[in-house]
Design a protein around this ligand. Structure first.
Ligand code: SER
Length: 324
């Protein structure tokens, strides 16, 4: 069966998720079919496909790109994450909300077939059940990032209901990948720890030893995103955002998994980091029954596979850089 050619526009393409998603989308659809956009120019060649500078707050600039490229699918990733958001709450609200509303409005106007927008475990708060947090429960997010994601979920559902927009979303847990740095989130320690372990065999962790949080390997997150977007429209019953789960662990458990592979690895824990309060307001684990039922979601990475893959790939990239 021949695939109908897609024209895909991605915002926030040079970020942690964007970097890897662009590579996968270009493999599936061809490099020329996937337009990468970001407020920052890319460090490298962006896998040979087109790139345009775009500030998502500039609706006119975004409209120009919709006119020129006529996207059939939009992946709107540009956002300020939880930790940086707390330092600039006004800016986080403006960027996360207005950016999304520009995408939703233009997607209706230009008859975009499908829109993807990531939500987060940050939509939950201290009153939400901590373990196996269900799809629907009390949600009282404490961070401005979480507030913006929860409001964004309501807007997505609103656009699906009132405008028939095929908008799909996942509540990403902390994402752990080797290709790109995370951009100022509360779960970033789980990426930094691998780089420091290979550099110095030690790590100073900004979260406490027993802080359990929902996490996921980047390959699982990218696959979840693509599978959600490729699922038949009628299978997508949730138009706010789906819970998805990968692995839940604490810094202490991750350090032990690293130490089993790098003997002598040392970790100490910083106190009074503002990110601790955000982490304490989030779930420990997520119930993703609906995603499993509706579009057959199933994670592939457990703690051992994740740890092996992170160490192997970061080592390989470092060797590559040294070889140049
Ligand atoms: N990883 C994100 C953050 O820590 C959660 O969505 O902000």
């Amino acid at each position: 069966m021949r695939m109908i050619p897609q024209s895909i526009l991605v915002t926030g393409a040079t970020g942690q998720v964007g970097t890897e998603l662009i590579a996968s989308l270009r493999k599936i659809h061809g490099p020329e079919q996937v337009l990468a956009t970001d407020i920052h120019p890319p460090d490298s060649g962006m896998n040979g496909g087109p790139f345009e500078l775009l500030n998502v707050l500039d609706e006119t600039g975004m409209r120009r790109l919709f006119e020129r490229y006529r996207p059939t699918q939009v992946f709107h990733l540009a956002a300020l994450l939880s930790a940086v958001g707390e330092k600039q709450p006004q800016k986080a609200w403006q960027l996360n909300m207005e950016g999304l509303l520009h995408v939703l409005r233009l997607s209706v106007e230009f008859k975009v077939e499908k829109v993807f927008w990531p939500s987060s475990i940050a939509v939950f708060g201290p009153l939400s059940p901590k373990k196996n947090t269900p799809q629907n429960c009390i949600m009282n997010p404490h961070s401005v990032y979480g507030i913006s994601k929860l409001a964004g979920e309501r807007w997505c559902e609103y656009y699906a209901r009132h405008h028939g927009l095929d908008v799909r979303s996942l509540r990403y847990p902390g994402l752990i990948g080797w290709q790109a740095d995370p951009g100022g989130g509360t779960t970033d320690y789980a990426v930094h720890i691998f780089h420091e372990a290979l550099k110095t065999n030690s790590y100073r962790c900004f979260l406490a030893e027993n802080t359990r949080l929902p996490m996921m390997s980047m390959p699982d997150a990218i696959r979840a995103t693509i599978e959600l977007m490729e699922a038949p429209r009628e299978r997508i019953r949730i138009r706010s955002s789906y819970n998805i789960a990968g692995i839940s662990f604490t810094p202490g458990e991750l350090a032990a998994a690293i130490r089993a592979r790098l003997p002598g690895f040392r970790i100490n824990y910083l106190e009074n980091d503002p990110r601790q309060e955000i982490a304490d307001s989030w779930p420990e684990s997520i119930d993703d029954t609906e995603a499993r039922q509706d579009w057959n979601w199933k994670p592939a990475y457990d703690m051992d596979r994740l740890t092996d893959a992170m160490l192997k790939n970061i080592r390989r990239n470092r060797t590559f850089v040294h070889d140049l």
